[in-house]
Unconditional design. Structure first.
Length: 488
């Protein structure tokens, strides 16, 4: 790969790109796709380290966070579909770390999973990542070593891959929504990390929500503007329940992958599980002076994103008529007639009735697992990372994974290196088993509520060792992880 001249590097520098000031709020760099010609993306340096962030807003005490470049979120990395990203991790943290590129179907050696695909990078050391991105869409990056600790402190950033011919929009805006547990003096509550009680329940949820590292994002917009909103849930465990008011939006992509047909958000309701992303098209059609608000309602009703519709001239005479449809990414269709099916029995946690599980080849009772190893969850009777893969298949094999949530808690099951399609989603109700409607979307994470069963399918087309785990990071650390192998 050619090194771009330094002038080009600073122009397209992801790290210190233009800072947009909107309504008195500093937002991290957000760029509208430029009509630049296809070039290799300029190299990036990611330096996770300590920093200070105004999580509660201007004028209030700041919080010591861990972030890429000392900022939260880390820089928005933007590249084009088919480009090669070259990123050097330089670890300024007091702990070993890695970078995982969540949702990107890339070379397994670059997947960033400590102990599985690489050794964790020690403090002061560096690691060079280099991979080509096959899919356009909204993705993100974060550590895959002690994720429950490092991500709770702010280590994450968005990674946006632009379509070769992006849809026509007036603005392309990205928002990372996070959940923090802060003390009353705004300091990060480190004492609450690693508490087994929370690990055995719904995971560590906090008391402060932020969007792009601030309490709220507020922007002024013109009537009849069309916005593309990229929303990401970067929280450890909170399932975001979002409500859009004052506008109409269409879902155009889920977990980075375009939906077959854009669909209107029903009643403005949107559920975003941990690690989930959704791309929305929002047409500003409200009256001048009114607002479009996206609020989070899972416990405290909080407006997170606000668009003030300008009283000045409208952007155009009426809403844009351009198509919202995104070009599909090159994901192979599963061959269900020749699929191999594997069953994953999810057990453990509070009120789960799990008595024992296997850890490092030895059966242990739950008390010992919890006390000695902080493990309280299991997949197929094994707590923590098993030595042997959950399954091993040849490249090109269609796989169906049947997941049974035999716990009292929801789980956001994440597949590495592949996107999956839900075939069946069954809910256990008092009246019996009920099959829920499913879409044809491709997802990298799927949410199973307590007692639910779900079957997903995908073509195992990416050779290597891939993790499958709950993305509620305390559940992952507490035992809900395994891996599968695709043999070239
Ligand atoms: Cu977002 Cu295994 O990761
Ligand atoms: Cu879970």
């Amino acid at each position: 790969m050619k090194r771009p001249p330094s002038g080009g590097l600073s122009r397209r520098s992801f790290l210190h790109g233009g800072v947009a000031v909107a309504g008195g709020l500093l937002l991290p760099p957000l760029r509208v796709p430029s009509p630049a010609h296809a070039t290799p993306a300029p190299p990036v340096e990611l330096r996770p380290g300590k920093g200070l962030a105004s999580l509660l807003g201007k004028g209030l005490p700041r919080t010591e966070i861990w972030g890429y470049g000392g900022q939260v979120p880390g820089p928005v990395l933007r590249l084009r579909q088919g480009e090669t990203l070259s990123a050097t991790l330089v670890n300024d943290l007091p702990q070993p770390t890695t970078v995982h590129w969540h949702g990107l179907r890339i070379d397994n050696k670059m997947d960033g999973v400590a102990k599985l695909t690489q050794a964790a990078v020690a403090p002061g050391q560096r690691f060079h990542y280099r991979f080509t991105v096959p899919d356009a869409g909204t993705f993100w990056y974060h550590p895959h070593n002690r994720s429950w600790d490092q991500m709770a402190r702010g280590l994450y950033g968005l990674l946006i891959v632009e379509e070769r011919t992006p849809p026509q929009v007036d603005r392309d805006l990205a928002f990372a929504i996070d959940d923090w547990y802060l003390k009353s003096d705004a300091s990060f509550d480190a004492d609450s990390l690693g508490q087994l009680g929370e690990w055995a329940h719904g995971g560590r949820t906090g008391n402060v929500l932020t969007v792009n590292g601030r309490p709220e994002a507020r922007l002024s917009v013109a009537r009849f503007e069309r916005l593309r909103l990229r929303l990401a849930n970067t929280a450890n465990a909170r399932i975001l329940q979002l409500r859009l008011q004052g506008g109409e939006a269409w879902t155009i992509a889920v977990d980075g992958q375009p939906v077959a047909q854009p669909r209107r958000l029903r009643n403005g309701h949107l559920i975003l599980p941990p690690a989930g992303r959704v791309d929305l098209m929002l047409d500003i059609t409200g009256t001048p002076g009114s607002q479009v608000v996206i609020a989070e309602v899972s416990d405290i009703r909080l407006p997170l994103i606000r668009f003030d519709i300008d009283r000045k001239a409208a952007k155009r005479a009426g809403p844009r008529q351009d198509s919202m449809k995104l070009p599909p990414n090159p994901i192979p269709e599963p061959d269900l007639a020749n699929a191999l099916t594997f069953t994953l029995d999810m057990t453990g946690g509070a009120m789960g009735g799990m008595r024992s599980a296997i850890y490092k080849g030895r059966e242990m009772d739950l008390r010992e697992l919890a006390a000695k190893h902080n493990l309280i969850w299991a997949f197929n009777g094994v707590a923590g990372m098993p030595d042997k893969p959950f399954f091993s298949v040849r490249k090109g094999q269609t796989v169906v994974v049947k997941m049974l949530n035999n716990t009292a808690w929801p789980h956001a099951m994440h597949f590495h290196g592949h996107h999956v399609r839900v075939l069946k989603h069954i809910r256990e109700t008092r009246a019996g088993r009920r099959e829920l409607a499913v879409t044809k979307d491709w997802r990298d994470s799927v949410l199973l509520e307590r007692g639910e069963e779900m079957q997903v399918a995908f073509v195992a087309d990416n050779p290597g060792k891939w993790m499958l785990h709950c993305h509620m990071l305390e559940h992952q650390a507490g035992g809900m992880m395994t891996w599968f192998e695709v043999i070239a």
